[in-house]
Design a protein around this ligand. Structure first.
Ligand code: SF4
Ligand code: SF4
Length: 119
């Protein structure tokens, strides 16, 4: 999702609340590598398997990611935008060909939101 307040994600935040956000554990920051500014903060993750982790809160796909914030003024925001894991970077409103991402559209409709215009 985006943190740009003009972006439709501002009013939505559904992909951060309804999906399990899992990724290779190598994306998690480690103190030894001094990579905490570019990798996912470890305290915000849960280990699923020896090689797989997920964002804390998304284990069952029924709760929001712990890194998601919301307030009336700014709507939904990712508080670790520059450190978010690869699934979050890959999930967008639009596909590469400009069509709507069907899962994004499904999540929006389930939340009572309209489809994002394609033009
Ligand atoms: S479901 Fe789509 S519109 Fe909603 S926050 Fe995610 S990417 Fe943005
Ligand atoms: S890390 Fe950010 S973009 Fe990814 S699910 Fe959590 S709040 Fe959403």
């Amino acid at each position: 999702m985006s943190t740009d307040t003009s972006n439709p994600c501002f009013e939505c935040g559904q992909c951060c609340q309804k999906l399990r956000v899992s990724f290779y554990h190598g994306e998690i920051a480690s103190e030894q590598e001094n990579d905490s500014t570019i990798k996912v903060p470890p305290e915000l993750t849960v280990q699923l398997t020896p090689h797989l982790a997920c964002m804390r809160g998304t284990e069952t796909g029924k709760q929001g990611c712990v890194a998601l914030s919301h307030d009336a003024e700014q709507g939904y925001r990712c508080t670790i935008y520059d450190q978010r894991p690869s699934p979050c970077r890959a999930f967008n409103i639009f596909e590469e060909d400009g069509s709507l991402n069907p899962l994004c559209d499904k999540l929006r409709k389930a939340a009572g939101l309209s489809s994002v215009p394609t033009e």
